[in-house]
Design a protein around this ligand. Structure first.
Ligand SMILES: C[S@@+](CC[C@H](N)C(=O)[O-])C[C@H]1O[C@@H](n2cnc3c(N)ncnc32)[C@H](O)[C@@H]1O
Length: 395
């Protein structure tokens, strides 16, 4: 990188978080008309002024009147996945049904169009956005009789925001206490460490950067989330390790890597956050610039298996659950025409489990399930996707 000094890089979030705005939409339950009075013939009193004494009728009137004194509120929060539209609608419709009226077809159509727009807006901003649906009485003074008003807000959270909460809510080590075996094995095959300059993209708190630096590699680390970058800086200091850290988003055009400089580039558990094949291609293009001829690029990413073609729903949930999915064809297309040759593609979990030495397995409680695609497909049988080590060489 041009400058590994944290302070020179602007802190970039993948997407700026928008302040949440509440949008009310019209009541979906119109006020209910009172029950019809019984016909004259059923009424034994003829005078208009005489009281109605029909007990059934009066019970129905009073029964409905009790709804005036009943209040209901509900809040649903769904991930902003456009493919969640029917599910979000179903929740609202079932709730309105529970309260007595599902709303007219026109109201439901309006609601569908409105939710569709909000889900798409939120998803475009970040896969970690949520659509909050607040159902409140439309006219509180008449309780359930006044219908339901639905208010919505999109709460956007960038990836960096999301990771920033991790140290507060999860125990250390967040991504494991040991480096990836594959990362270290490739490093060991490349020659005298001091001659092999390493770039670690999305280094996190330094699970791989620190051990590589201890081996004697000069390491540059690029990291999106400032708290992780700071942890890495603080961990490297006492040992005086040759690690230089920069904060930035590798996909930001303003974040430039030092051209034709690195013998070894790694990016582990990072592509699982990319949003599409354009980002994948942009990443590979930038890595080609940063690598010297013959330099190695090691990444981990989720690939589909058995010819499986994920639907939009599956891809969207992949993004939400830190498991962005690419097909082998998409991976090939994303390096087409670039000076990169595929060296090997190996299932990450199998490789790490087989070659791992020492006590600390699994690296984290979530590691095995996540690697095997079960964040997306929580099934016993083998999901049609898993994490792979992909090793490439710059020609
Ligand atoms: C699951 S962690 C893995 C950290 C480390 N590579 C490891 O394997 O232990 C993913 C890291 O990638 C970083 N990251 C995600 N997208 C990034 C991007 N576009 N540019 C730079 N860093 C990114 C995140 O902030 C996070 O620290």
């Amino acid at each position: 990188m041009d400058s590994p000094d944290c302070s020179r890089y602007r802190v970039m979030s993948l997407m700026p978080a928008e302040p949440a705005r509440i949008t009310p939409i019209q009541p979906v339950n119109p006020v209910q008309p009172p029950p019809q009075p019984p016909s004259e013939s059923q009424n034994n009193n003829t005078s208009d002024n005489s009281p109605i004494t029909d007990r059934d009728y009066l019970d129905r009137v009073v029964g409905q009147n009790t709804r005036k004194y009943t209040m209901a509120k509900a809040e649903f929060s769904v991930p902003c996945m456009p493919s969640m539209l029917n599910e979000a609608l179903r929740l609202l419709q079932e709730y309105c049904q529970l309260l007595g009226k599902p709303g007219t077809p026109e109201e439901q159509e309006k609601l569908r169009a409105f939710l569709s727009q909000k889900l798409q807006e939120g998803f475009n901003a970040s896969p970690h956005s949520r659509l909050v649906l607040m159902c409140v009485p439309a006219k509180p003074q008449i309780g359930l009789l006044g219908g339901v008003s639905i208010q919505t807000k999109v709460v956007s959270e960038s990836l960096s925001d999301k990771y920033t909460t991790w140290p507060k809510t999860r125990p250390d080590p967040l991504f494991g206490s040991e480096p990836d075996v594959k990362v270290m094995n490739v490093a060991a095959s490349l020659g005298e460490p001091s001659q092999i300059r390493v770039l670690d993209v999305g280094a996190g708190p330094g699970r791989n950067s620190l051990p590589l630096a201890r081996r004697g590699h000069p390491v540059h680390a690029l990291e999106l989330t400032p708290v992780f970058a700071e942890k890495l800086v603080q961990a490297a200091k006492p040992e005086n390790l040759p690690v230089e850290v920069a904060v930035g988003n590798v996909l930001d055009p303003l974040v430039r890597m030092r051209p034709y400089y690195y013998q070894y580039v790694i990016s582990t558990e990072v592509i699982s956050h990319f949003r599409n094949t354009q980002e994948l291609r942009l990443f590979f293009g930038k890595m080609c610039d940063a690598l010297v001829t013959g330099g190695k690029l090691l990444v981990s990413l989720f690939l589909t298996e058995g010819g499986y073609q994920p639907t939009d729903l599956v891809r969207e949930l992949g993004e939400v659950s830190f498991s962005s999915i690419f097909t082998p064809g998409e991976l090939r297309q994303s390096i087409e025409g670039l000076p990169l040759n595929m060296v090997s593609v190996e299932a990450t979990l199998e490789y790490e489990k087989q070659h791992h030495q020492g006590e600390s397995w699994p690296p984290t409680p979530w590691y095995e399930g996540w690697c095997s695609g079960r964040n997306v497909f929580p099934i016993q049988k083998k999901p049609p996707m898993q994490l792979y080590w992909v090793l490439m060489e710059r020609s």
